[in-house]
Ligand binder design. Structure first.
Ligand code: 80O
Length: 389
């Protein structure tokens, strides 16, 4: 497929795949800051750039409404991601963030926000190299402005602003294939409220299955079974950081998280992220960790329901409790919190529990990309230790 824009960018090109002569690392060297384009790229005349100050409740609400009405839908256009305002604030106001990387496009006449793209700084380890990167997310163009070729200019503008902060690599995901994925993940769903999922068309009643048989199939205990399983607290940050850093070191690509990052990304934050750990009752040693983030979806066109309450597997570490038992406890807690479905990608060691815990395969794939960084050997999803929101 022709990728007019992506063929001009420093990303792995299809023709490079398998070329062992190409070394791992940056594709292009950094540009001297004086040579980085100082002024913003040109937009079509009727539109203007705006920096979205996510600390302003009003601007945060504008971004929320734009995404709620125009962001990613599933392949059958039955659901649309409905990131909450508090989630967007958490996802964008990260330790060391740059306000200039929260980029909007307004219609000059109406001043309405019609497009958005964001970047947040992250330290990502690729094999033994720790690389400062921008995590790019929430690229959204209003439905009425599609195919005006706004996305390429928004990607170039966020790239320019990232370069101005002397950062030359980025990480991003997409449901579509672009040049060239570092890995392609399958997503899986575990029903928690099968009756609602079938009613809204997310799931279908299995062949030779009745509704009551299906409800029984997905039934879970009322509370977690692992002794010492509890909610993470602020005092746990040092121990969880040690546990997580050690666990993530086995993957080819993973975030390089310090205590400050762990406090931001993994401390429980109501309706945004939930995290739990296992503290051995005797030794008080923290042996296991699990977490999920809250990302509801709008249900498009159903009489009885308007929101699908979905939990997304985040970072999980098992050193004493089996990963399967740990994740079953996470499912139990998600059900207690009235989630309808628990989603997971087949990254890290997730494939070891998916089938046993009655996850079903989703109907799509999520592709991971690095910008201006070549990885020599193709990565399996099990080699990926990075979960993007
Ligand atoms: C159920 O509502 C949906 C609303 C919009 C799209 C999709 C399908 C889909 N595209 N799902 C995923 O990308 C996905 C499935 C499992 C785990 N993480 C995922 O995506 C995350 C990470 C990438 N950014 C979006 C959220 C589902």
């Amino acid at each position: 497929k022709r990728h007019k824009f992506w063929e001009t960018q420093p990303v792995g090109q299809y023709k490079d795949v398998g070329d062992a002569s190409l070394s791992e690392g940056p594709i292009e060297p950094p540009t001297p800051l004086s040579e980085v384009k100082q002024e913003p790229y040109n937009l079509p005349n009727a539109y203007e750039w705006t920096t979205c100050d996510m600390e302003s409740a009003e601007t945060c609400d504008e971004v929320y409404v734009l995404l709620k009405n125009n962001y990613v839908e599933d392949d059958e256009n039955m659901f649309r991601f409905n990131y909450s305002k508090e989630f967007l604030s958490w996802a964008l106001r990260v330790p060391g963030y740059y306000r200039s990387w929260h980029i909007g496009v307004r219609a000059k006449a109406s001043k309405k926000l019609v497009a958005f793209i964001s970047g947040v700084p992250a330290r990502i380890r690729v094999n033994t190299e720790i690389v400062k990167m921008a995590e790019i997310n929430f690229l959204c163009v209003h439905k009425k402005l599609r195919s005006k070729r706004l996305a390429p200019v928004m990607i170039k503008e966020v790239t320019r602003r990232v370069h101005l902060e002397n950062i030359w690599q980025a990480a991003y995901t997409a449901g579509v294939v672009l040049p060239t994925p570092i890995t392609t993940c399958q997503y899986w769903h575990r029903s928690l409220n099968p009756k609602k999922l079938i009613d809204v068309g997310f799931s279908r009643l299995g062949a030779r299955m009745t509704m009551s048989r299906t409800i029984k199939l997905y039934k879970l205990p009322d509370s977690p079974v692992t002794p010492g399983f509890r909610k993470m607290e602020l005092r746990d940050v040092p121990a969880v950081t040690r546990l997580l850093r050690n666990y993530l070191s086995q993957f080819v690509v993973a975030p390089d998280l310090d205590e400050n990052d762990v406090e931001h990304w993994l401390l429980p934050n109501e309706n945004v992220v939930d995290s739990f750990l296992v503290e051995s009752p005797g030794s008080h040693e923290i042996t296991d960790f699990c977490s999920f983030y809250t990302l509801p979806s709008s249900i498009l066109g159903n009489q009885n329901y308007s929101i699908l309450k979905a939990a997304y597997s985040y970072y999980n570490v098992s050193t004493k409790t089996s990963l399967t038992q740990l994740m079953n406890d996470v499912l139990i807690v998600a059900k207690q919190k009235d989630f309808d479905v628990f989603n997971a990608l087949d990254v890290m060691h997730n494939e070891n529990f998916l089938k046993e815990l009655k996850f079903g395969p989703g109907d799509g794939q999520l592709h991971y990309y690095l910008y201006n960084y070549r990885i020599r050997n193709a990565l399996k999803p099990s080699g990926l230790g990075l979960v993007l929101l």
